[in-house]
Ligand binder design. Structure first.
Ligand SMILES: Cc1cc2nc3c(=O)[nH]c(=O)nc-3n(C[C@H](O)[C@H](O)[C@H](O)COP(=O)(O)OP(=O)(O)OC[C@H]3O[C@@H](n4cnc5c(N)ncnc54)[C@H](O)[C@@H]3O)c2cc1C
Length: 417
């Protein structure tokens, strides 16, 4: 069996793993990127909404409003649904998430992540230029539509809060919505337009382009199962079907599957998932969608991907590996057809993915305390496309002894005891 020797193994070739591999490589590390698929960006990093959310100062919190909590409790919220049979599995996690969403703790999480959010688009711009794929970044910003005065008023308050942190945004009335998106139909109270975020019309393609850049610069890719990782004298080894890779250090960047490696090594980290679905539909006639548009009160996003209009759903609480139950997608479809001229589905069946989430809404980035050479980089929740390259930089700076551009303290795994 052939053996590759390197400085670092990065397990997982989603946006997070690829971002870490590129930043380590920039700092002179010889890296082997490992994934069970032959190509990068085939899982969660393939199926997202494509928004590089550099305006998202505040994380996705558990609601504190009683009306909304009741909607969740009776499972009628379009934004969130839970699989009743899985409730015992994730209820303790939900309680932690609820507690971490108190105004003070959520603000703490938001402030910890803000330097990463601010860095997110800049990091992508650099990598997109190096990878020579300018067509994969559109500077459209995105639009959140609101159907009721009450939800619009909440959004206006959020916008005012975000502006305190230097984020630009604008309230649109019906006329301004129609000017930006002439093909939308509906009764809107208004919208918020976020001009700064980037839009990626093929998120899986972007991860592949970054992996191609990594290979062009001498990086190696190994197809293998991360569960076969072994600690050996002086480092770590992983065996693929016909090649083994050995390195002094290893990074776990397996997104929602990171527990497959950290749990057998004895780490108890409250990683859970918020599942989501997408389906592409052809636009009817010449209808064009100019920005990603969130129909906020109905809980789905339409995004103009290269493959068609991608309808992505909100959150489903269910076990990562439970069979798909795309009920939110089925509920959203007639609403989406009423909003925008959509034709036939492009996909044979809906895609399902799982946002990797920690209850305090922050990823785990940093050194594993009980194993030499073991590093973590996972749990990017709703913002893994956005943050993959920025967290890759932070991790690589920590691993190579540079001064980190952001305080890594809040991301340390030790916060979970
Ligand atoms: C519906 C939806 C919409 C979203 N919209 C956005 C958005 O607009 N903007 C945004 O920033 N984020 C968005 N997200 C979140 C974002 O997609 C995720 O945070 C991000 O993709 C996580 O990246 P990752 O690299 O950690 O995980 P992944 O992309 O899942 O990568 C993990 C990798 O590990 C590999 N792997 C798993 N098990 C093994 C194994 N045993 N051996 C070897 N390899 C293995 C997988 O093959 C995969 O390549 C959305 C997510 C969803 C579900």
């Amino acid at each position: 069996m052939a053996e590759l020797r390197a400085d670092v193994l990065v397990l997982g070739a989603g946006m997070v793993g690829v971002g870490a591999a590129l930043h380590l490589q920039k700092r002179g590390r010889d890296v082997v990127l490992v994934d069970r698929h032959e190509l990068a960006g085939q899982e969660t990093s393939f199926g997202n909404g494509g928004i590089i959310e550099c305006a998202s100062v505040f994380p996705y919190m558990f609601p504190r409003d009683l009306g909304q909590i009741l909607q969740y409790a009776i499972n009628r919220s379009p934004q969130v649904r839970y699989q009743f049979s899985d409730l015992p599995t994730f209820l303790p996690w939900l309680v932690r998430y609820f507690l971490a969403s108190s105004p003070a703790r959520a603000l703490h999480s938001a402030m910890a992540e803000l330097p990463l959010i601010r860095r997110s688009l800049v990091e992508h711009e650099t990598l997109i230029a190096e990878a020579e794929v300018p067509e994969l970044l559109r500077r459209t910003g995105w639009i959140k539509l609101f159907r009721s005065d009450a939800t619009l008023a909440n959004a206006a308050r959020d916008l005012d809060r975000a502006k305190q942190y230097g984020v630009a945004g604008e309230i649109l009335d019906s006329k301004a919505i129609a000017a930006r998106e002439p093909n939308l139909t509906g009764d809107f109270a208004g919208a918020v337009y976020w001009p700064a975020p980037g839009f990626v019309p093929d998120p899986g393609g972007l991860a592949k382009a970054y992996a191609a850049l990594f290979k062009r610069k001498g990086g190696r890719f190994l197809v293998g199962d991360a569960r076969k990782l072994e600690q050996v004298t002086g480092g770590w080894r992983i065996a693929g079907p016909d090649t083994t890779a050995v390195a002094r250090e290893v990074v776990v960047a397996l997104g929602p599957w990171s527990d497959l490696v950290f749990a057998p090594l004895g780490y108890s980290i409250p990683l859970s998932v918020k599942r989501g679905y997408h389906l592409h539909l052809a636009p009817r006639g010449n209808a064009a969608l100019n920005h990603p548009v969130l129909d906020s009160d109905h809980g789905y996003l339409l995004a103009p991907m290269n493959r068609g209009i991608r309808l992505t759903t909100g959150v489903e609480f269910a076990r990562r590996d439970a069979p798909p139950t795309p009920i939110q997608l089925q509920r959203a479809l007639p609403r989406a057809h009423a909003l925008f001229p959509l034709g036939d589905p492009v996909d044979a069946k809906p895609w399902m993915g799982a946002r990797p989430c920690l209850p305090d809404m922050l990823p785990v980035i940093g050194k594993a305390p009980r194993h030499a050479g073991l590093w973590f980089d996972f749990g990017h929740q709703h913002h893994g496309l956005t943050l993959g390259p920025a967290t890759g930089r932070l991790l690589a700076e920590m691993m190579t002894g540079e001064t980190p551009f952001a305080d890594p303290g809040p991301f340390a795994v030790e916060r979970f005891g």
